[in-house]
Write a protein that binds this ligand. Sequence first.
Ligand code: IMP
Ligand code: MG
Length: 203
Amino acid sequence: MKKSVIPVLPDLVYKIVLVPELKVLLSRDQIAKRVTEMAEEITRDFKGQSVIFVGVLKGAAIFLSDLARQVSLDATFDFIGVSSYGNRPIAADDPAGHAAWDSLGEVRVTKDLDQSMTDRNVILVEDILDTGLTLNYIQKLLLAHQPRTLRIAALLDKPSRRKQPIHAHYIGFAIPDAYVVGYGLDYAERYRNLPDICVIENP
Ligand code: IMP
Ligand code: MG
């Protein structure tokens, strides 16, 4: 097979060749700075205690790994898998009239927690808070374990899209109503590995 002749110019390849439809909304530097601040806040809030980070698969995996490494506390991890959007974009002519990335309101557990959250300081880590349906569902599920405390850390928040009220203690950035990818966030499973958070046009 013929090898690629694209020279190793990461930014050029990234912007022009690979993802021409993407515009950077939050750069890797902005993200790193904010994640550090969030980690410092968590470290202060739980001083002298242990915490368990519960990441929502798969989108929160990158955020959790960056956040947890900067939290100076005794910490463990768990992950929960939920499916609310499916793997494919919803057709523009969807008979139910959903927008291209609208939530169907159905949340299904695809990977349950490995351990009990009873009497633990749980920090639920999510990539983005959109309609609020996913986090409301997971929050209820976690509260049934009777944790000592339950806090939500969401890197992004799209407040204008909320359908169910939810309170997140730690929010990285409030963003406008646009579909974003990168830093764990996907569009039909692609783009999770982009280091910046980008707006995808015409998803
Ligand atoms: P909610 O239940 O509507 O709050 O949706 C939360 C989930 O929807 C997130 O965990 C993401 O997986 C997905 N989601 C919402 N908005 C976006 C986006 O702009 N880009 C990628 N995924 C999104
Ligand atoms: Mg998600």
